[in-house]
Write a protein that binds this ligand. Sequence first.
Ligand code: BG6
Length: 494
Amino acid sequence: MSTRNKNIPCLITIFGATGDLSHRKLFPSLFHLYQQQNLSEHFAIIGIGRRDLKNDDFRIQVKSSIQAHVQDTTHLDEFMDHVFYHKHDVNDEASYQSLLAVSQQLDQKFELQGNRLFYLAMAPKFFGIISDYLKSSGLTDVEGFKRLVIEKPFGNDLASAEELNNQIRRSFEEKEIYRIDHYLGKDMVQNIEVLRFANAMFEPLWNNKFISNIQVTSSEKLGVEDRGGYYETSGALKDMVQNHMLQMVALLAMEPPISLKSEDIRSEKVKVLKSLRKLEPSEVNQNFVRGQYDQGKIDDQDVIAYREEDRVDEQSNTPTFVSGKLTIDNFRWAGVPFYIRTGKRMKDKSIQVVVEFKEVPLNLYYETDNKLESNLLVINIQPNEGVSLHLNAKKNVQSIDTKPVQLSYAMSAQDKMNTVDAYENLLFDILNGDPTNFTHWEELKSTWKFVDTIQNEWDKTEPDFPNYEAGTNGPLDSDLLLSRDGFHWWDDIQ
Ligand code: BG6
């Protein structure tokens, strides 16, 4: 983690600037950074799109998206003076030449010191061609820094990820590439590391002597919305497990880094990902459960089945749910299962980590059939943000029975106001040249290898879909995955 600098001049060029991500996340986050004085006055944004739009029309669109997402819009007009539109055809060399001319003008006008950030908020099939043209047109011949920011999915399997990586590496070095995993920008995901390494009480217990299992859930109430086309090529395994879920596991399981330098943190994360036990094909279905949602009710409203969604095959076998048991083969974690679970159209929207500790060696409070509850450390990532510790305490004065009690910390509204979104944290990191919260190629290689084994096995057999009702916690097999080991999912716990 480098020193934070709020005054980094930069030209931010966003490909796909009229798209959903730009309007919902990127512009509101950039504005909020500006408003909070975390963005230098020396910046300009070029929004790139295919459409023939005038600067003023584009600004009207951007302004209304910001107004829809940020409550306090003080200084919005000043921010908008830095926003420009460029009509562009990503396959046409001439477009890059005119983009170069505009970039040079803005560089001078706003004194940007030749720093350029290219944000590709577009379908991955364009990443290669855009980065090639950025180089051949001279846009990457800069006096300052050049950085490339790309969204997931980064490939569809290891082979395609490798191909894509080779393509973009022709124009950018690894240290100039920022692969977004927006979970790494979430405050409470970043807090996993702080909780573990800034408190003396957890780290001594953070191993197979004291922890019985760790559960990581990211459940959504939403279905695929209007993303059926993309989701059909991806499914929950590639959309969520390959990136967000495994990244959270890496943060939970890594060894303390020797410093907070990004390379030191990354090398510890890579070690975890490399020590994930490789599943033999015959072990895949014992350790991983796939599901697809059927019709059901969400918040008392009827919702349709996945196979009925727009741009989804009526016979689709795409999983909208995955749960799995991971084993990390190293001294610290041997014997401790990490259970992960993610799905759409589930009962709750919840991103949560539950660390379950082993039982005390002897229950002294057994006389009245009193059962001791497991000690839990719960890290609530979203929608609630905070941490709680579940302990046993005396039930009342007369009895020797115990009752579970909870010590909780909830992030205050004041803390939350500091950022509008994970994207704001990530954009600030990129401007600062801090790659800590981005996915390095070495991490991607390991996660794709792991996920490819599962996908290859699943491709061999037809699943019995749909297998869970919308509005539930997924298929029954997901519960069996834990009950076989004597555990259960800690649902409805805060
Ligand atoms: C995205 C996935 O990466 O994460 C989506 O592509 C998913 O399918 C989303 O809905 C979930 O993000 P969050 O922050 O709402 O948990």
